[in-house]
Design a protein around this ligand. Structure first.
Ligand code: F6R
Length: 593
């Protein structure tokens, strides 16, 4: 999604481009910068990659200030006109914006009535025009305050004014941070931008605005100036010995180190102490909420906990949760799972859970995120920065921490003692599998427009996640079904040589799943089996290919099931000439609903 950088200091062009590149992983379709000297502002915008922008930027003499933006289109197509920064009619106000202004059409109507013309389709342009409108009757800071008071929705803003050398910023329900070093100030929508710039940063609360000059950073809330304290910049990253061509592959191979990290973190008892504030005698149900891959982790986590505690557990897609009138209250613990901790729908679910008096637990990778900050309890997944748009190591780390969460609850409910033996075994014996074979499979799959994946119970959840990885990185339409549902409809889609991938790692339904796979084979399907069991040679004859994974003997099997498919998805995209780190139309952090 969109990214923001603001920089106060000499040669801002270079810093802005460098930091925008650090935000590239979030997904974007155009980019732009505004660079200011004492009396001049130059604006450069381009469609597509940052390097297009880099190619058109010209040096602004004596430049001392600048703002930059990567845009992921929400209002209006991705082109140079809609790209940020946006300008007021008098050209004095220059704005970049992340988020969505929900009442922009109403505001636009009013501004049009007042004689303002609009050149773009964006919601952001109204902010620049409103700033101009309010600056007619007040100071620069008053104009910002009055403008912000009119906006509904989510907005992180960086603002310049042609006749002012301050760097202004505003934050509401969209991430924004400020850092300074001895000479310069930087504002950014992601703290990754501060690496090498400062060791600490300010996490701006919602509803705050402020400005920076060369000596100072000042913050304001509705009542006036406020002092904020800094947080330490702590970007947990793994150094890889090998150089990987893509983040996706690098990150898949960071799964084992992530699990080690998790074990180290959670074997310390004080990391579980925060749960003392929850009155477990009251808890009658658990709701797990997330989006996409995180939702798939919720499905597994919900089953894990229900099996361990026998208490009612359910998983929900965050965008549905909010509007489904969920039956939650003081007897409910809502578990919110997210890599970024900034997913708008998941944050909305958190807000609803809090309003209804439920306890909330966040399971999150980005430790400084809104979700991590706002939930009652917070379990970090310790996977390190994940750059690839397709979540890989973070999914496995979420599963590992959901397993730990089930252990914590088991202990807190007085049902038994906390025990990480299964995770330790998995960590000791972790294998990524036979990559040569995965490459052969990827090569075979790349020619298909559609494939199918089936499974039962937790295997079905693995199939859902494997399908998502294949879809997003190689654009193959991979459909997932419960194995038992085959004959209730989708068997009609099976033709000669249709690939059906069968996940069969649950002993109690193994023979049933295999029979369902047979039904597809009898209609011409080519079966690919993923299993942790040994089959007799004649039984294996029915499968076009078999992926054998280790047997985790329990709920951690989902981790072992997915890694081969992450690797296969990676190579399928490579063989199709797609960049797996930046699938079309997708963004890493989905900060709009
Ligand atoms: C798919 C993927 C997405 C995210 C989803 C939620 O590979 O990464 O489906 O899982 O957008 O994002 P987070 O986990 O940041 O809340």
């Amino acid at each position: 999604m969109c990214g923001i950088v603001g920089f106060l200091g000499d040669n801002p062009e270079k810093i802005l481009i460098d930091r925008l590149k650090k935000l590239e992983y979030r997904g974007y379709d155009s980019a732009g910068v505004a660079v200011k000297s004492q009396n001049k502002v130059n604006i450069f915008k381009s469609k597509g990659e940052i390097k297009n922008l880099e190619n058109i930027i010209k040096t602004t003499e004596n430049a001392c200030l600048g703002i930059g933006h990567t845009r992921w289109a929400t209002h209006g197509k991705p082109d140079e006109i809609n790209a940020h920064p946006h300008l007021s009619s008098d050209g004095k106000w220059i704005v970049v914006h992340n988020g969505i202004i929900e009442n922009y059409l109403t505001l636009k109507d009013k501004l049009v009535n007042d004689g303002y013309n609009f050149y773009s389709e964006t919601d952001t342009e109204i902010i620049a025009k409103l700033l101009e409108y309010y600056s007619k009757s007040g100071s620069t800071l008053d104009a910002i305050k009055n403008t912000v008071n009119k906006l509904n929705g989510s907005f992180a803003l960086c603002i310049l004014h042609k006749d002012d050398n301050h760097l202004f910023f505003v934050k509401n329900r969209s991430p924004l941070y400020v850092a300074k070093n001895a000479d310069n100030v930087m504002v950014a929508s992601d703290v990754v931008c501060f690496k090498g710039f400062s060791e600490e940063y300010y996490n701006i609360p919602d509803g705050y605005y402020g400005f920076a000059d060369s000596n100072n950073v000042k913050f304001f809330d509705k009542l006036g100036e406020v002092q904020l304290s800094t947080s330490e910049l702590d970007l947990c990253e793994f150094e890889s010995e090998t150089t990987f061509k893509h983040f996706m592959l690098k990150e898949i191979y960071e799964t084992a180190p992530s699990i080690k990290n998790i074990l180290e973190h959670y074997s310390l008892k004080n990391n579980r102490k925060q749960f003392d504030k929850i009155d477990f005698s009251k808890i009658k149900k658990f709701k797990f909420v997330g989006c996409g891959t995180a939702y798939h982790a919720c499905l597994v986590g919900s089953d894990m906990l229900e099996e361990k505690t026998n208490v009612e557990c359910n998983a929900y897609v965050a965008s549905e949760f909010r509007y489904s009138n969920p039956k939650i209250g003081e007897d409910t613990l809502v578990v919110l799972v997210s890599q970024s901790g900034e997913t708008a729908d998941t944050l909305a679910a958190l807000e609803l859970a809090r309003q209804k008096g439920a306890y909330t637990v966040a399971i999150v990778n980005v430790e400084y995120s809104t979700l991590a900050k706002c939930a009652d309890c917070y379990l970090p997944i310790k996977a390190g920065v994940e750059v690839g748009v397709a979540s890989t190591k973070a999914y496995c780390a979420q599963l590992a921490v959901l397993y730990i969460f089930s252990q914590i609850i088991y202990e807190k409910m007085g049902l038994g003692s906390f025990n990480l033996d299964d995770l330790e075994n998995l960590s000791k014996n972790f294998e990524y599998g036979n990559v040569t074979e995965f490459k052969l499979l990827a090569d075979a799959l790349k020619y298909n427009d559609r494939i199918f994946m089936i499974g039962r119970g937790v295997d079905y959840y693995s199939a859902l996640e494997a399908s998502l990885k294949i879809k997003e990185t190689s654009y193959i339409n991979s459909d997932t079904y419960y194995a038992g549902e085959l004959k209730h409809g989708f068997l009609a889609l099976i033709e000669n040589d249709t690939y059906v991938i069968v996940f069969a790692t649950d002993k109690k339904v193994l023979s049933k799943t295999i029979s369902n796979a047979e039904e597809a084979r009898a209609r011409g399907a080519k079966l690919i089996l993923l299993t942790c069991f040994d089959f007799k040679p004649h039984e294996l004859d029915n499968f076009h290919y078999v992926i054998k994974v280790k047997n985790a003997n329990g709920p951690l099997q989902s981790i072992l099931n997915i890694v081969p498919w992450q690797i296969i998805a990676y190579y399928t995209s490579i063989f199709k000439g797609i960049n797996p780190d930046k699938p079309r139309n997708l963004a890493k952090s989905v900060t709009v609903e």
